[in-house]
Design a protein around this ligand. Structure first.
Ligand SMILES: [Zn+2]
Length: 135
């Protein structure tokens, strides 16, 4: 899945991968202005990788075009993170390091590898509530 992106008619890049799980081509507004952002989660062998291509500043009058394309010279990502394995079967061995429930007992488990802490969706939600209530 590949997309060519143009800003005011000028090509800023081609973004994609042969095995895209999800791709995000977004116009983002913040207090600092507007920018275009391109990133994707892709499968490579037994890994998932997060590719982050660019943040391109936009003027309020810019016209952003996103065109699906067959393939092409994909722009080099500025960041590339390996996220761990692709979708996997839940395991009794992998558990949340906060509530100690195993992967079969939680809706989702963020697991990178056995050397780093894991956290389940329920504990993430609890952390979000704590942060919201103390803000
Ligand atoms: Zn948990």
């Amino acid at each position: 899945m590949y997309y060519k992106v143009l800003v005011d008619g000028a090509e800023i890049g081609t973004f994609g991968h042969p095995s895209v799980e999800s791709i995000h081509l977004s116009v983002v507004g913040s207090n600092d202005g507007m920018y275009f952002s391109a990133n994707a989660v892709c499968a490579e062998d037994d890994k998932r990788v997060f590719l982050d291509w660019l943040q391109c500043d936009l003027k309020p009058t810019d016209i952003v075009e996103i065109r699906r394309t067959a393939e092409g010279d994909v722009s080099d990502p500025r960041k590339r993170f390996v996220m761990g394995r692709p979708k996997r079967e839940p395991s009794l061995e992998r558990m949340c390091d906060f509530c100690q429930l195993n992967e079969t007992e939680v809706s989702r488990l963020v697991f990178i590898d056995e050397h780093r802490p894991s956290i389940c969706a329920g504990c993430v939600e609890l952390c979000n509530e704590i942060l919201r209530s103390s803000a």
